[in-house]
Design a protein around this ligand. Structure first.
Ligand code: HEM
Length: 304
């Protein structure tokens, strides 16, 4: 199994689409909620890491998206929404909250602690996959990944080494894919708590585009996750992608199948594939078992 990652083209760090206004409004509601610490929280007050992150993100978006954002050094302005946020002390919102409100990605800040172990210091978590921020804030990276099958055996060592050696100029990007039994982007209920799907309309493909980078001054590691949610039925018009996904899903090893909750959406998914592709089995000849297995974690088979 590989970590299926590639060098981040920094021009693609943060991107926007027509959903920005809607998701931004949902994030404001999260930041203002009485239980806001379930969405955005930071354990170290206002430290060098979050100040550096805010500075970098503001510089980035103002330069790349000048039609959307501008700054006068004191505030960042989102003119089309008639909003402004302080980017200097005294802050009206925590700097990490401001960061999360101006990008479409979820943001995680990890810092190195005792024994060279990285822990999650805080996050703006608008698109969780079945967990709450308060359940895992402060945790070391390996503990966060405990539910992931084969993590300990196959990924932990290389991942920890990778985290220690990450350099500001060596940011990486990777994809992740879930098939989920409901159409919600914000998902704090574990997927396996949902009932079994009765219709293909319930099944959604969640693809994540993730990046990992080290901040040059504070040396914190920043993890970003941009989540896209597409109804499975949209793949009716993408038979080649559906074919690849079908083959991928059929070849989940048992522990991955369980982790990905295939028992909840697998039957309607099968039926849909058979109907759209007009066959009883995916037609992917010569797809070596070895290769399929190494693809089943960490890489997006649907080509997103
Ligand atoms: C290079 C870096 C990373 C790699 C290779 C990686 C890999 C993975 C993999 C393979 C999964 C299983 C997902 C799936 O295939 O369905 C996963 C899940 C997850 N990862 Fe990572 N990850 C990385 C960084 C991070 C970071 C920095 C965080 C945040 C603090 C994080 C948080 C999570 C969470 C919360 C899950 C879901 C676990 C669950 O099911 O409860 N990951 N990661």
């Amino acid at each position: 199994m590989t970590m299926a990652q590639r060098k981040l083209d920094i021009n693609n760090w943060f991107n926007y689409d027509h959903l920005f206004d809607k998701e931004h409004a949902a994030k404001i509601a999260m930041a203002k909620a009485s239980d806001s610490e379930n969405y955005v929280d930071y354990l170290d007050g206002i430290d060098e890491a979050v100040l550096e992150l805010l500075e970098i993100i503001v510089t980035y978006v103002v330069k790349r998206y000048p039609d959307m954002f501008r700054t006068d050094g004191e505030y960042i302005y989102i003119d089309h929404l008639n909003e402004k946020y302080r980017i200097q002390a005294p802050f009206d919102l925590h700097p990490l909250t401001v960061c999360g409100l101006i990008v479409m990605d979820d943001l995680y800040v990890l810092k190195k602690g005792a024994n060279n172990i990285f822990t999650l210091r805080g996050a703006f978590l608008a698109c969780p996959t079945g967990w709450r921020l308060q359940q895992r804030i402060g945790w070391p990276l390996h503990q966060i990944h405990d539910p992931v099958p084969q993590w300990k055996e196959r990924l932990r060592k290389s991942m920890e080494r990778f985290f220690l050696n990450l350099r500001p100029s060596k940011a990486i990007q990777r994809n992740n894919l879930f098939i989920q039994p409901v159409g919600e982007l914000f998902h704090i209920v574990p997927f396996d708590k949902n009932p079994k799907c009765t219709s293909v309309d319930q099944v959604h493909i969640r693809t994540e585009l993730q990046s990992l980078t080290r901040l040059p001054r504070s040396h914190a590691n920043v993890f970003t996750v941009r989540t896209y949610l597409v109804p499975l039925r949209d793949l009716r018009h993408e038979p080649e992608q559906l074919e690849i996904l079908w083959d991928h899903v059929r070849n989940f090893p048992p522990d991955i199948a369980e982790y990905k909750c295939r028992h909840l959406w697998g039957d309607v998914f099968e039926q849909f594939c058979r109907e759209v592709l007009g066959r009883n089995d995916p037609y992917i000849a010569g797809y070596a078992e070895e290769e399929t297995t190494s693809n089943s974690l960490g890489k997006c088979p649907a080509g997103f």
